[in-house]
Design a protein around this ligand. Structure first.
Ligand code: HEM
Ligand code: HEM
Length: 187
């Protein structure tokens, strides 16, 4: 906690709650560890995969049932609004968002869908009913490998937005604070 009169307290504002941050890094680390240990699908691969599945499922539940920045309705606009935002990015006129911008929001949704699809297909593949079923093994492989381009886009998007708005989004996912909103920013 910062003292309320400190310089940093005045210049920044809290954006990501401790819950958002902890869930993010649990999801990210378990998913990446599961990917790195995928050879042969051993115990570590399976347990970190289950952890990723549980974290992603909890994030989806909170996306519908949580409050404030947890809610998908806060950061997943329709196609027209997302397209309009993308055009402002191309024109270098995009607004700064305190939470996820529309493109970042859809990126988040894609990562969550991929985490759930990978975790579910991995789990099904180990059940008696689906053991050895070829198409399921292939599907698990496809969605499992899809993590890499999605993750690359996710991190590239965070770095790009950090550069465009002269702020550090990755550090904000660690300490939870961002430079305070200014007129024209979208909270
Ligand atoms: C498999 C790995 C990862 C997954 C599945 C993942 C997933 C997510 C999700 C679901 C969110 C939304 C947070 C929320 O609203 O609850 C998010 C946000 C974010 N992630 Fe990741 N993430 C991963 C790895 C990373 C890595 C490696 C970095 C940086 C080095 C990173 C940086 C960020 C940042 C900066 C945000 C907030 C973006 C913003 O300010 O709008 N993520 N990520
Ligand atoms: C959610 C994160 C996960 C990721 C990113 C992931 C990714 C992968 C990848 C890339 C492969 C290699 C597929 C290939 O050979 O082409 C694999 C294999 C495998 N995974 Fe996962 N997986 C995840 C979760 C799980 C879970 C939760 C389970 C089961 C409890 C599981 C069980 C397996 C098994 C048994 C294999 C070996 C399949 C074989 O021998 O061909 N995975 N996984």
């Amino acid at each position: 906690m910062l003292p309320p009169d400190s310089k940093l307290e005045q210049a920044t504002q809290p954006v990501w709650s401790a819950g958002v941050r902890v869930l993010h890094w649990v999801l990210a680390l378990s998913m990446i560890t599961s990917f790195l240990t995928h050879e042969g699908g051993g115990r570590l691969h399976e347990w970190t995969g289950y952890m990723a599945l549980a974290a992603a499922a909890l994030r989806v539940i909170l996306g519908f049932a949580g409050m404030g920045r947890w809610r998908f309705s806060q950061f997943l606009p329709g196609v027209a609004a997302t397209w309009a935002y993308a055009r402002t990015v191309v024109n270098h006129t995009e607004a700064r968002y305190l939470g996820h911008n529309p493109l970042g929001g859809w990126m988040v949704a894609a990562l969550l869908v991929d985490a759930i699809a990978t975790g579910l297909t991995g789990w099904l593949f180990t059940t008696d009913r689906f053991w050895g079923v070829q198409w399921l093994e292939e599907l698990h492989s496809v969605v499992g490998h899809a993590l890499i381009p999605l993750l690359a886009l996710h991190v590239a998007g965070a770095l790009f937005t950090s550069w465009r708005h002269r702020e550090n989004l990755i550090a904000a996912m660690l300490h939870g604070r961002k430079p305070a909103a200014e007129p024209g920013d979208i909270n």
